[in-house]
Design a protein around this ligand. Structure first.
Ligand SMILES: Cc1cc2nc3c(=O)[nH]c(=O)nc-3n(C[C@H](O)[C@H](O)[C@H](O)COP(=O)(O)OP(=O)(O)OC[C@H]3O[C@@H](n4cnc5c(N)ncnc54)[C@H](O)[C@@H]3O)c2cc1C
Ligand code: SF4
Length: 447
């Protein structure tokens, strides 16, 4: 049973999906077949164990369900709102005999909100006897790693450059998809474990990671995410051009400098972040919002659900097109010239493979251009550890235990996997914590 999306809520930046009430949750949990080896649990990268928490809801153990989620996934509250479940747990569920998969995300939200409202005992504090570990970056990967290390009794310090933890879910994912209180609850659960978070503490200087190791930290986990956006050269130097990280962040923190009421906005890109930017522009009152992408509609990297949402919000798709030029008044863009494109080699969705179709030129009036064409790790990553092995666009190379080529230095989440999902970042953090524990145990045995 899917809960409908409420367009008015998007415009008010409130959670766009209605929550399950108790009767909804019981009805939905009762549809579960209680499979012996629950395929939904195998579909969750972070091991949140939906098979178990759905069973607990079915047998009226709501607090038990809340504990299962919180104990297995420190971002359990956040994940309930934003996991792409149709590719993960719910996809696995639908292979069974059910017509529609169980609505796992709504049950997860119901259980975590129940646990928060009626109270479950806090997570046990770390005894801090196992060793001292530093984590750089307090996003989902850093939080996943810290929580697991604290359970293993490590003394964990997170160095976070911002004034709050949470990473992208905190600063960039729009509030109509992820209300702030979900993340706040997850952060509180982490600090209950006595993990120290040092805010406003960027780690950026040359050799800073080696300095942490010299300072008594026995291992360092790097989870700094992807924070350097790509830009189209053609748009450089104009005042009314933003990247999606800045655009979404300014809106979330109320620092937008430009009013979009009755303005036209062009978003360049076709992924989930482009759709988030387009919906945000529309919610801020923009008259026309264009989504311009090289990919055609059926090739967009964004999920079907996101594309449907964009349609509901009257986003205008300029798919299979590219920007060919800019119309400007000094440093202000007033319009974009575009042209339709086709792929030279079918199925190869890269800019170099796009060919313009002569005679399909168009132009649109715009007041703001938002670029959403990708991100890569920041330059500090190669600065703060000399000779760190990276690949492609600068992501850190790690082995199966999340170890880098530098002894004692581990990495995970977007900065290593190139950007997947919150739940995958949590999973990376959890596995890296096990890798760190294994590395330190091995070192102790060999001393
Ligand atoms: C707009 C947007 C929408 C998204 N929507 C979804 C979604 O709906 N569902 C989903 O599952 N995933 C979504 N994602 C992807 C998801 O947010 C990321 O995969 C996930 O946040 C990665 O977690 P992370 O911890 O690796 O990195 P981040 O979330 O980027 O966290 C990195 C942390 O490190 C800190 N940091 C960076 N550099 C330093 C430094 N030098 N010193 C100290 N601290 C530092 C940052 O401040 C931040 O707190 C979205 C991403 C974006 C950009
Ligand atoms: S954390 Fe996400 S993927 Fe895992 S069970 Fe929950 S909703 Fe599904």
């Amino acid at each position: 049973m899917k809960k409908k999306i409420n367009r008015d809520k998007i415009q008010a930046f409130e959670s766009m999906r209605e929550p399950f009430g108790l009767q909804d949750a019981i009805r939905e949990a009762n549809r579960c077949l209680l499979c012996h080896e629950a395929p939904c649990s195998a579909g969750c990268p972070a091991g949140t164990d939906p098979g178990k928490f759905i069973r607990q809801i079915k047998f009226y153990n709501y607090k038990g369900a809340a504990r299962t989620i919180r104990n297995t996934n420190i971002l359990g509250s956040v994940c309930a709102f934003i996991c792409p479940v149709e590719k993960l747990c719910e996809q696995k569920c639908s292979v069974m005999a059910l017509e529609d998969p169980i609505n796992i995300s709504s049950l997860q939200r119901f259980a975590t909100e129940y646990g928060k409202k009626f109270g479950i005992e806090p997570l046990r504090k770390s005894s801090k006897t196992a060793g001292k570990i530093a984590i750089i970056g307090g996003g989902p990967a850093g939080m996943g790693c810290a929580s697991t290390l604290a359970k293993l009794n490590y003394d964990v310090t997170i160095f976070e450059r911002e004034e709050s933890a949470g990473g992208v879910p905190k600063w960039n994912i729009p509030a109509f998809r992820l209300p702030g209180q979900a993340l706040a609850y997850d952060i509180k659960n982490l600090t209950d474990q006595d993990v120290e978070i040092k805010y406003d503490s960027p780690i950026e200087s040359d050799n800073a990671v080696m300095a942490l190791l010299a300072d008594g930290y026995q291992a360092v986990f790097i989870s700094t995410g992807l924070n350097l956006p790509f830009y189209l050269k053609m748009l450089n130097g104009y005042e009314n051009v933003e990247d999606y990280i800045g655009f979404l962040r300014h809106n979330k923190t109320g620092k937008s400098t430009i009013s979009l009421k009755n303005k036209n906005v062009a978003i360049i890109g076709g992924g989930s972040v482009a759709i988030d930017s387009a919906l945000t522009a529309k919610a801020l009152g923009a008259k026309k919002v264009y989504l311009i992408s090289l990919e055609h509609l059926d090739e967009l990297p964004a999920d079907r659900e996101e594309i449907n949402l964009a349609r509901v919000m009257d986003i205008i798709f300029k798919s299979g097109s590219q920007i060919a030029g800019v119309i400007a008044n000094n440093k202000t863009i007033t319009g974009l010239k575009g042209i339709e494109t086709e792929w030279i080699e079918p199925g190869k969705f890269v800019p170099d493979n796009a060919r313009q179709i002569i005679g399909t030129e168009f132009s649109i009036n715009v007041d703001l251009v938002v670029q959403a064409i990708g991100t890569k790790p920041g330059p500090e990553v190669t600065r703060f550890v000399k000779n760190l092995e990276t690949r492609g666009k600068g992501t850190i190379v790690v082995n199966d235990h999340y170890e880098t080529n530098i002894p004692g230095v581990f990495a995970g989440g977007d900065v290593a996997n190139g950007g997947i999902t919150v739940v995958q970042a949590v999973a990376d953090g959890k596995k890296a914590a096990e890798g760190i524990d294994r590395y330190l145990q091995h070192n102790t045995e060999n001393q």
